[in-house]
Design a protein around this ligand. Structure first.
Ligand SMILES: NC(=O)c1ccc[n+]([C@@H]2O[C@H](COP(=O)([O-])OP(=O)(O)OC[C@H]3O[C@@H](n4cnc5c(N)ncnc54)[C@H](O)[C@@H]3O)[C@@H](O)[C@H]2O)c1
Length: 354
């Protein structure tokens, strides 16, 4: 299946990259431009040869590889990359290709959009998580210590190429991590999709590209209506308010959790809050909890962890006037944003998931 979705100035291509217009895009839209590939060490080892040998236009590309993992999604790494780009005499009309998971597409997009006041970039996401979520929608950025995505800008990739062949080399844990964002798409916007996914084995490859495309379509529909997150787009943060608190807390302790695992736990906690506020039925909560528990191990939280996690959440980007704002479920398939929740209920939610 070769297929595209467009929004704003971005085109998302689905299907085998060799059969896509990637080569034409490089040769025509970026003819005469220098090409720089930003990737991480692990993807470099597995996939860079394949990419470079398949596309003649990349034979002279500069390759910048960074160490693997969320701990390297930092400004320090950006500064190193900007220095390298300067050494390679990269200009604003040249092209950056982000080849990797969500860490690379977040960081690489941020690097590109600030260098020389902004360069064009292409994303080739190689994790399920980046394919269904991180590589599209224009959020780019880096962490600041334990604060997730604290520094960033909105900037869309000119093109995104989604090829499921990359998923073949992903570990089961990484596949499950990406699957969490797909579950989120169902919970916030499409009850039928949730019903289909909840009994699904994340490793099942049947219809995988169709499911990825469905998730991308759901995200596109939201992002197109509210690109800069002034309202509706906040629903995509369901599970992320508590999820980011937990992810940041474990990151700070040098015990990073996979993003999707933190989000899955966050969704359980935020579904609990939705139920406590009368927005979700007991049976819907049970359904969500059973589904998540079937796939994801619960993080080992003790009561001593709760307060520092809530403290981290007080720096969440959605907050207003010091009060933590949530996106919560009003029934499965429907999400509402700007919901104030007090610390007492958040602490109860953390107890619920422990
Ligand atoms: N911008 C957004 O809208 C958005 C949305 C969701 C998540 N995110 C961000 O995405 C990040 C998480 O993304 P991620 O889970 O892709 O993390 P990641 O980029 O760290 O990739 C996970 C691991 O998989 C490895 N890997 C990547 N592709 C591989 C492949 N094809 N085969 C084998 N190994 C491979 C990487 O080297 C890494 O070790 C977080 O920083 C999160 O904040 C951003």
């Amino acid at each position: 299946m070769l297929d595209v979705i467009t929004y704003n100035t971005s085109t998302i291509h689905f299907g085998p990259i060799e059969k896509s217009v990637f080569q034409d895009v490089l040769a025509k839209e970026f003819s005469g431009s220098k090409k720089v590939i930003i990737t991480d060490e692990q993807i470099h080892d597995i996939w860079i040869e394949d990419l470079i040998t398949n596309f003649e236009e990349l034979s002279n590309a500069e390759i910048i590889q960074i160490p693997t993992g969320e701990v390297h999604k930092t400004l320090d790494i950006c500064v190193q990359i900007w220095s390298a780009l300067s050494e390679y005499e990269i200009g604003r009309g040249d092209l950056i290709i982000n080849f990797g998971g969500g860490v690379i597409t977040d960081l690489g997009g941020f690097v590109a959009s600030l260098f020389k006041r902004g360069m064009k970039f292409i994303n080739i996401p190689t994790t399920l998580l980046a394919q269904v979520d991180a590589s599209i929608g224009g959020k780019t950025g880096v962490d600041l210590g334990p604060y997730k995505n604290q520094i960033g800008v909105f900037a869309d990739a000119a093109h995104v190429f989604i090829d499921e062949k990359y998923i073949e080399s992903l570990s089961e844990n990484q596949i499950k991590s990406g699957f969490a964002e797909m579950l989120k798409h169902g919970l916030i916007a499409d009850a039928d999709y949730w019903a289909r996914l909840k009994d699904f084995d994340p490793k099942d490859v049947t219809d995988r590209l169709l499911l990825i495309r469905h998730s991308v379509g759901l995200k596109r529909d939201v992002v197109e209506r509210d690109h800069q997150e002034s309202g509706l787009r906040k629903i995509l943060n369901f599970g992320h308010t508590i999820g980011h608190g937990i992810e940041g807390y474990f990151l700070e302790q040098n015990k990073p959790l996979l993003h999707g695992y933190a989000v899955a736990t966050g969704m359980k906690a935020e579904a609990f809050i939705s139920k406590e506020l009368g927005m979700l039925s007991e049976s819907e909560l049970q359904d969500i909890v059973e589904t998540i528990d079937r796939i994801y191990p619960a993080p080992m939280l003790t009561p001593n962890d709760y307060k520092p996690i809530v403290q981290l959440m007080h720096n969440d980007k959605k907050n207003k006037g010091g009060v933590i704002q949530f996106s919560l479920l009003e029934g499965v398939g429907n999400c509402v944003f700007d919901q104030e929740v007090n610390d007492k209920l958040i602490l109860e939610a953390l107890k619920f998931i422990s």
